[in-house]
Design a binder for this molecule. Structure first.
Ligand SMILES: Nc1ncnc2c1ncn2[C@@H]1O[C@H](COP(=O)(O)OP(=O)(O)O)[C@@H](O)[C@H]1O
Ligand SMILES: [Mg+2]
Length: 315
């Protein structure tokens, strides 16, 4: 089974922070944007992207973060954090820059082992599972800084996601066994559907690096969906977007949930998640400072204090 981490970004060097660079990510060059602008990229949310095994998940706690602490040398990135995600909900994980949101994703997806505490998925401890094993279990993620295979087409990027889920591995792919062929064409149909849903089907054969920034962000989500995730984790998916683009993406995320997926949404902009999420967990300096319904979070004095003086666009 290949490691499907795109472009093999090396693990962060000691002391260097993963995914903590400014969120206004690099815009692609204007020429590429112009070239790509001619086609219609309106998402088609009428496309059925639901997966029976995902829709059939029992109600209740899908993932549990239990008293997780993670230290990097002297820095306590997560400090006794506990919360859970219910099947079928959109849970918002919010907090000022540096609060520990991305680190929390990294613990849930096998990038880091917690110093203490643990994560359970469908009642089972993740233990020392590796990233690809956790993908197979059904947790998919996108990155705060886009990580696509830049020299592959949009379609190929989504097919890589589908590969991570297939039962036949590299062995049968190399031997070209019949089962591999069947899975391949099935995978391609599904990849097209996901691209269509995201408004990217007309860009299927363009190289990822030539896509406008917003399309790249949606392509990352399409690729994550191609793994048939039981839990879809999005790390600041609207980073670098203008307010109208942000609002559109939030609506799109709701339509993904409506098709039976469970979503964990990281966002530092508190206002943005208010209308989208079912519940919200707030982190500050590695600690959970609040949890509740959006309306409760909005009026919570600790949350207001955490956000006071924080320029929401600065991070
Ligand atoms: N690999 C690492 N090495 C050292 N410190 C880290 C590492 N990853 C994260 N941190 C620290 O953990 C804290 C939380 O970071 P992060 O999870 O990226 O915050 P957020 O995503 O909420 O902005 C920060 O103080 C950051 O510097
Ligand atoms: Mg982050």
């Amino acid at each position: 089974m290949p490691d499907t981490t795109p472009d093999k970004t090396p693990e962060p060097a000691k002391g260097k922070v993963e995914d903590s660079t400014p969120t206004a990510g690099p815009r692609v060059d204007d020429e590429a944007t112009e070239r790509a602008e001619a086609v219609d990229t309106t998402p088609d949310t009428s496309v059925d992207i639901s997966v029976p095994e995902v829709a059939a998940l029992p109600k209740g706690k899908l993932l549990e973060v239990d008293d997780v602490t993670l230290r990097f040398g002297g820095v306590t990135a997560l400090d006794g954090v506990s919360f859970h995600i219910n099947t079928g909900e959109i849970l918002g994980l919010i907090g000022p820059n540096g609060a520990g949101k991305t680190t929390c994703f990294n613990v849930m997806t096998g990038v880091y082992q917690p110093t203490s505490g643990g994560v359970k998925f469908m009642g089972e401890p993740l233990g020392k599972r590796k990233k690809f094993q956790i993908t197979k279990l059904g947790i998919a993620r996108t990155f705060q800084n886009i990580r696509l295979f830049h020299n592959m087409t949009a379609l190929e990027n989504v097919l890589v996601g589908a590969d991570a889920h297939h039962s036949t591995g590299m062995g049968s792919a190399l031997l070209r066994l019949p089962k591999h062929h069947a899975e391949e064409s099935e995978g391609e149909d599904r990849a097209y559907e996901l691209l269509k849903f995201m408004g990217l089907d007309k860009r299927a054969n363009e190289l990822a690096r030539n896509l406008p920034y917003g399309d790249q962000r949606r392509l990352e989500i399409a690729r994550a969906l191609a793994t048939n995730p039981k839990l879809l984790c999005l790390d600041e998916p609207a980073a670098g977007f203008n307010p109208a683009e942000k609002a559109r993406l939030m609506e799109l995320i709701q339509t993904i949930r409506d098709q039976g997926y469970t979503v964990l949404l990281i966002e530092h902009d508190m206002k943005l998640v208010m209308g989208v999420t079912d519940r919200i967990v707030v982190l500050e300096f590695g600690k959970k400072i609040a949890e509740g319904l959006p309306a409760e979070i909005q009026d919570n004095p600790a949350v207001i204090a955490a956000y006071l003086g924080v320029d929401e666009d600065a991070s």
